[in-house]
Design a protein around this ligand. Structure first.
Ligand code: SF4
Ligand code: SF4
Length: 334
């Protein structure tokens, strides 16, 4: 799907510069954060330039692309949620997307959970980006001016797993891996069986109730194949959501983590960055300021289809044993 020019295409947006006023404070998580200043298509994303060189070159495989979401600079503006909905024509969270009540307000697309500033609640068929607003106890009193709550904001999304169980279990081949190593759902092939929903270790993919088929983040495949930054990353004003080649993002994340640790933010940690974890690492990984559980993320995700080959093997051995026993009984009786 390649659409006409849309709001997410506007080049350039306000950025937090390393030399901006206030940079350098030990308690300012953005201090000294070298961001992708300028037009995303030309400067930051070396990946953009690099990938553009691959476009239109048959046989040349592009590198793996993904997201590094640095939650330490997320301000909870929800620009990513809105940009995702606009670009991908994702309906409002009305009528119960798996994330909210089915009240009259919800049916009109004005779903307020009345629990926090988080009015989307969770990822779902109609919510491909979800900005979590987590109220947590402060680690250091000066962070909250003596208050007893600190805000943790994080824009969650499909992890585009290296080993994606959703893709493994899909019986129609609707879920595929793209040339960018992202996981993509083809709605015109999805039959709505829902097998992918419990298979996802993160609870990401979901059936859209009013439609019956499964939906989730496509990593804006239509944009990436045209050399554009995904809508959510393009719209993020603080560049909390960074898009590019995964190798490059991992290096950038390592530098940012070391910087935060150097500033005394010792609880900062990377989530989904490790290629040796239970899903082989995530194509969309995060820098968190607390334990994953605090953000509602599983601490040790494992690809749910991991044990299937061994189970099939044991079932085959059991079936063969049974066949031998039946044959033996038949021959013995005759
Ligand atoms: S996070 Fe879930 S939906 Fe996304 S690729 Fe992994 S298994 Fe599939
Ligand atoms: S990359 Fe995913 S979450 Fe971001 S705008 Fe595109 S579909 Fe939405």
């Amino acid at each position: 799907m390649t659409g006409p020019a849309r709001p997410g295409d506007t080049p350039g947006h306000p950025t937090q510069r390393a030399d901006s006023p206030g940079a350098g404070s030990a308690l300012d998580p953005t201090a000294g954060f070298a961001t992708n200043v300028g037009t995303p298509h030309t400067t930051p994303m070396t990946g953009q330039v690099e990938r553009a060189e691959h476009l239109g070159m048959p046989g040349v495989r592009p590198p793996r692309y993904g997201f590094f979401t640095d939650t330490s600079v997320c301000i909870g503006c929800k620009a990513c949620e809105v940009a995702c909905k606009e670009w991908n024509h994702v309906p409002a969270d009305a009528g119960g997307s798996g994330s909210g009540p089915t009240s009259e307000a919800a049916l009109q697309g004005m779903d307020l959970l009345a629990m926090s500033y988080d009015n989307t609640g969770a990822l779902g068929g109609n919510t491909w980006r979800h900005v979590a607003f987590v109220e947590a106890p402060p680690k250091r009193p000066q962070e909250t001016g003596g208050g007893d709550v600190r805000w943790l904001m994080s824009s969650d999304v499909c992890k585009h797993c290296t080993h994606a169980a959703c893709l493994d279990v899909c019986p129609t081949g609707s879920l595929i891996r793209t040339e960018f190593d992202t996981v993509y759902v083809q709605p015109d092939i999805c039959n709505g069986c829902g097998y992918c929903v419990p298979a996802c270790p993160y609870g990401v993919i979901d059936i859209r109730p009013e439609d019956g088929r499964a939906f989730k983040c496509t990593l804006c495949y239509d944009r990436t194949k045209d050399g554009l930054t995904p809508a959510c990353a393009q719209a993020c004003p603080t560049e909390s959501i960074q898009f590019g080649p995964l190798d490059e993002l991992r290096e950038r994340a390592d530098r940012r983590l070391a910087q935060l640790h150097g500033q005394g933010v010792v609880e900062a940690q990377l989530y989904g960055r490790d290629p040796d974890d239970g899903v082989g690492g995530d194509g969309a990984f995060f820098l968190l300021l607390d334990e994953p559980e605090v953000y509602g993320l599983p601490p040790d995700p494992v690809v749910t289809t991991r044990d299937l080959p061994a189970m099939w093997k044991r079932a085959a051995v059991a079936a063969a044993g049974l066949a031998v026993a039946v044959a033996g009984a038949f021959l013995g009786a005759s």
